[in-house]
Design a protein around this ligand. Sequence first.
Ligand SMILES: NC(=O)c1ccc[n+]([C@@H]2O[C@H](COP(=O)([O-])OP(=O)(O)OC[C@H]3O[C@@H](n4cnc5c(N)ncnc54)[C@H](O)[C@@H]3O)[C@@H](O)[C@H]2O)c1
Length: 260
Amino acid sequence: MTLNTNGIASDVTGKRILITGGASGIGAASALLLASRGAKVVIGDLAEDMGAGVAQQGQDAGNSIVFKKVDVTSGDEVRALFAFAMETLGGLDVVINNAGIDHKPVPMHELSDEEFDRNIAVNLKGVWHCMRAAVACMATNGGGHVINVASIAGLRSAPLLSAYSAAKHGVMGLTKSAAHEYARVNIRFNAVCPSFIDTPMVRNTMANMDERAQQATIKASPMRRLGEVDEVSGAIAWLASDESSFMNGHAFTLDGGMLA
Ligand SMILES: NC(=O)c1ccc[n+]([C@@H]2O[C@H](COP(=O)([O-])OP(=O)(O)OC[C@H]3O[C@@H](n4cnc5c(N)ncnc54)[C@H](O)[C@@H]3O)[C@@H](O)[C@H]2O)c1
């Protein structure tokens, strides 16, 4: 571990970072912030044009950031993404598993098989694919840090979002188990658990709500507002820095006090 003596908050200079779901929302904000602070970033995402656009934005600002298309539901595509990142970056220090989807808010018994399976495939199995690949890569460079973007829906109930909540609880189980399993080989696992953050995903979910439900969503946090992507990416940057070095197996909530 190098001590942060240069006065830069959450120093990630030179860190080799892979982030999934980096084409939009929390992932895009995190990728751009980390790259602007000197990290070398690969973003993987299903959305090709948007992902390439985020990489271009970072490159135009003089930062090191490249895009590769991936569908995290495919073990083969995830392996190819990690091979690309290892070749491009020369190793991997931090992996941020952020790619995710929501589903239409409906009572649990009304969810279709397809919607349930798709949510688990992306939000849970997709994270496992990436955690598995991250361990193999990090073992070759003496350790690393895997940051899973879960949700407060992985810590408590999420009425009408049962498959999403089940997947995110599953991510917490993977995070905590892996934290124990790999601590001795210097690979840490932590989760970020945001409440409602103003991103395309949440705007899409809220578009399916009536006015009353929208207001209830906004006011669910004691701070009476949605979070901003920068309020999540800042926390992710701190986690990605060596300043978080004794944190392992933790659920880092970013919820304006909702779970307090
Ligand atoms: N926005 C919130 O309020 C909130 C709250 C808690 C947790 N989260 C989690 O944060 C993460 C990011 O969400 P966001 O709000 O920024 O959403 P977003 O929709 O803006 O971004 C999600 C990204 O994931 C990508 N993606 C989806 N399926 C994929 C797949 N199969 N393979 C590769 N990429 C895929 C999308 O293309 C998109 O770029 C998600 O895991 C989400 O569950 C979000």
